[in-house]
Design a protein around this ligand. Structure first.
Ligand code: NAP
Length: 244
């Protein structure tokens, strides 16, 4: 692949897997996240930034563009999940869920748009979740935010349909990453179940009774980034073994 792809949250989990797949394809990649340590560990070009801060995102994109050329693809992958029963969900927790999962996607897509409009082509991709397509208990803020990402994808896909730019969301079920490890810890603390029992409960959400592999998410992202996916637009692609 040619071009220059930005992957947010590229220092760990799904984002790191996608970033390495992009690099292996021959395209330039820049990973972004808040902590320098995990980004540096990937051995890929990086810029630190908080995706909730539009000014910081603008500066990071400008630096990435100066270093490796115009942006041709964005994987808006940075995200976080807060779990609590709804009556204990603080207003700040709700605002934090919207900030990282929705405004974060908005900020990075908007920062990439001028390069793509100028080129007459581009790929805007978000890593949403099955939580963008159906509900789950005890994660109302996360579910609301991921539904927001799918809505943003559908609206912007239509708005940009005649520009050569496509906009899509990938919606995986549970994946074994640091984010999942935090959810498992949370279940262990709040229910007294063992770690193994908690992991089995989460895996059983999939009809295939397993977690989605980070490599499966990366393969979907590589397809959506490719020229072959030019007709796929405004789409939310479920990777969930048939859960949704
Ligand atoms: P992860 O390893 O925790 O990755 C999240 C990444 O996002 C981290 O590298 C983190 O780095 C970065 N990040 C978080 N907040 C940020 C912010 N404000 N600004 C910039 N970067 C930020 O978890 P993951 O599972 O790979 O998650 C990746 C995406 O997949 C998320 O959007 C998640 O919702 C989605 N997803 C995960 C699952 C699952 O079961 N794991 C399922 C479906 C969808 P810093 O902390 O250094 O900023």
């Amino acid at each position: 692949m040619t071009g220059h792809v930005i992957v947010t949250g590229g220092g760990s989990g799904v984002g790191a897997e996608i970033a390495h797949a992009v690099a292996r394809s021959g395209a330039a990649v820049t990973i972004m996240g808040r902590r320098e340590g995990p980004l540096r560990e990937q051995g890929l070009p990086f810029q630190t930034c908080d995706v909730t801060d539009a000014e910081a995102v603008g500066a990071a994109f400008a630096a990435a563009r100066d270093a490796q050329g115009p942006i041709t693809g964005v994987i808006a992958n940075a995200g976080a999940a807060h779990s609590a029963p709804f009556h204990k969900l603080a207003a700040q927790d709700m605002a934090d869920m919207m900030a990282v999962n929705v405004t974060g996607v908005f900020n990075v897509w908007q920062a990439a748009l001028p390069d793509m409009k100028e080129a007459g082509k581009g790929r805007l991709i978000a890593i949403a979740s099955t939580a963008g397509l159906k509900g789950y208990p005890y994660v109302a803020g996360y579910v609301a935010a991921k539904h927001g990402v799918v809505g943003l994808t559908r609206a912007l896909g239509l708005e940009l349909a005649r520009t050569g730019i496509t906009v899509n969301a990938i919606c995986p079920g549970f994946i074994d990453t640091p984010l999942l490890a935090r959810s498992v810890d949370n279940i262990v603390q709040s229910t007294g179940k063992t770690e193994d029992e908690a992991r089995k409960i989460l895996a059983s959400a999939s009809p295939q009774n397993r977690f989605v592999e980070t490599g499966e998410v990366a393969a979907a992202a590589m397809y959506l980034l490719s020229d072959a996916a030019a007709a796929v637009n405004g789409h939310a692609l479920s990777l969930s073994g048939g859960e949704v």
